[in-house]
Design a protein around this ligand. Structure first.
Ligand code: SF4
Length: 368
C-alpha cells in the first residue's frame, strides 16, 4: 500500500537526528545541485549554525537564478475574527476576551478599494476559523468583490473540503495558505485545546485538497516556537516538497512565522527561535527548494525583513493590519497578533528599490 505524505513526513520528522551532523555534512550539502532530505537536515542542524555566511551566498545565487531581482508585494485583509478553536498561541482563540467583528459586503468593498489605491494587486483574505460566522458563501462573496480590484487572491481560512475549495476557486481565489503550526502530533494536541482544528490529519491534507479543487498554489509551514523548531522546519519542508512532487504544476511556497504577543498575552515568545535560527531555516529552505516562494511577514522587525528579502525571501507584505478591516475605517475587531513592521506599501516599495530589487505587483496573467 502506498505511504501517504502524512506518514512519510511524520516518520522522517521522528527519525531525524540533528546532533549527528558535522561541518563536513554541511559543506557537502552546499556543494550539491539537488539536495536530499538528509542534506536539508544537515543545513538545519546545529552543525550548520556557524556557516550562515556560506549558506547565505548559496541561497542568494539560487534566489537570483529562479526569481531574478523580483519581489512580490501583498497585504492581508482580515474580514472576520470569530474563531471556534482554542489555540493557546493566537489572539483570536475562542477563550480570549477580545472585540470580535465581521465586515459586511459594503465594508469589504471599502477596505479593498482603499487597499487597491496603494497600488497592490495581490490580496490575502483571512478569517478566524468559524464556519458559522464566516461560511463558505461569505468568503466566496468577499473573493468576488476582491476580484474587482486585485489580480491575485489568496485565502487563509479554515481547512475545507475539495468541493468548497473548488467553489472559492470558481469565485476567483487562486492561492490557499494553511499552517500546520507544529508537526509534533502530541504537541499539536497540547496547543490546540478545543475545536475542529484538533483534527491534525484534516489540516495536514488541506493544501492537497485545495490543489485538487483547482487552486493554482498553496503555502504552508510551521509556526516556529511551538515545538522543536528544527524538526518542525524539516517536516514543513518535506510536506511542501512532497506535495510539489505530486503536483508539479502547483506553485508551492513557504511562510516561516514565529510566535508573537497578542492581546491578553504579552509573553507569547518564540522561545529558542531567535533571528539567527530563523535565518538558518530560511536559507536551508531556499537551498533545498530553490524554486519555492518564501514569504516574510510583519511578525519580523523591519531590519530582518530587509535583510532576508532578495537573499532567500521572495514575497513581502506591506501596509499590514491584523485587526478586522482597519485599512479604511476603524478596525471592527481586535488584532490576531502584534506586528513588528508597520511600514506602508510605498515604504516597502522604496526599500526594495534602494536595495536594487524590483517590486512586483502582478506576476500572473489569467487567460480570458
Ligand atoms: S490560529 Fe487560527 S484557528 Fe487558532 S485561534 Fe487563531 S484564528 Fe483561530
Amino acid at each position: 500500500m502506498e505511504t501517504t505524505i502524512l506518514e512519510q513526513v511524520t516518520a522522517a520528522r521522528d527519525a531525524v537526528d540533528f546532533s549527528a551532523f558535522t561541518s563536513h555534512d554541511v559543506f557537502c550539502a552546499l556543494e550539491k545541485q539537488t539536495l536530499t532530505p538528509v542534506d536539508l537536515a544537515a543545513l538545519l542542524s546545529p552543525a550548520a549554525a556557524p556557516y550562515l555566511e556560506p549558506m547565505a551566498q548559496r541561497a542568494k545565487v539560487l534566489t537570483a537564478t529562479h526569481f531574478g531581482n523580483s519581489v512580490g508585494l501583498y497585504t492581508p485583509l482580515y474580514i472576520a475574527n470569530f474563531c471556534v478553536n482554542h489555540c493557546v498561541y493566537c489572539g483570536f482563540n475562542c477563550k480570549n476576551q477580545i472585540h470580535r467583528g465581521k465586515l459586511t459586503e459594503e465594508e469589504i468593498d471599502h477596505e479593498l478599494s482603499a487597499i487597491a489605491k496603494t497600488g497592490l494587486k495581490e490580496i490575502l483574505l483571512l478569517t478566524g476559523e468559524s464556519k458559522s460566522q464566516s461560511n463558505v458563501a461569505y468568503i466566496g462573496r468577499a473573493v468576488e468583490i476582491a476580484k474587482e480590484y486585485f489580480t491575485a487572491i489568496g485565502i487563509e481560512v479554515y481547512p475545507m473540503d475539495v468541493e468548497e475549495y473548488a467553489y472559492l476557486h470558481e469565485k476567483g481565489a487562486d492561492f490557499v495558505s494553511v499552517y500546520q503550526e507544529t508537526y509534533d502530533q502530541t504537541r499539536y494536541q497540547e496547543v490546540h485545546l478545543a475545536g475542529p482544528k484538533r483534527n491534525f490529519a484534516y489540516r495536514f491534507n488541506a493544501q492537497e485538497r485545495a490543489l485538487q479543487g483547482g487552486m493554482r498554489g498553496v503555502c504552508g509551514g510551521a509556526l516556529l516556537g511551538l515545538g522543536d523548531f528544527r524538526r518542525d522546519a524539516y517536516a514543513g519542508a518535506l510536506h511542501m516538497s512532497l506535495l510539489q512532487k505530486r503536483y508539479p504544476h502547483a506553485e508551492v511556497s513557504f511562510s516561516v512565522p514565529r510566535l508573537r504577543p497578542y492581546k491578553n498575552n504579552a509573553d507569547n515568545s518564540p522561545n529558542d527561535v531567535h533571528e539567527p535560527q530563523l535565518l538558518q531555516i530560511m536559507l536551508a529552505l531556499r537551498i533545498y527548494m530553490p524554486f519555492a516562494g518564501i514569504n516574510i511577514s510583519t511578525r519580523e522587525r523591519a531590519g530582518f525583513r530587509d535583510h532576508v528579502i532578495g537573499l532567500c525571501a521572495t514575497k513581502i507584505s506591506a501596509g499590514v493590519k491584523t485587526g478586522v478591516g482597519g485599512h479604511e475605517e476603524e478596525a471592527k475587531g481586535d488584532e490576531q497578533f502584534q506586528i513588528s513592521d508597520p511600514r506602508s506599501v510605498s515604504d516597502i516599495h522604496a526599500m526594495l528599490l534602494q536595495r536594487g530589487l524590483q517590486p512586483v505587483y502582478t506576476d500572473y496573467l489569467y487567460g480570458t
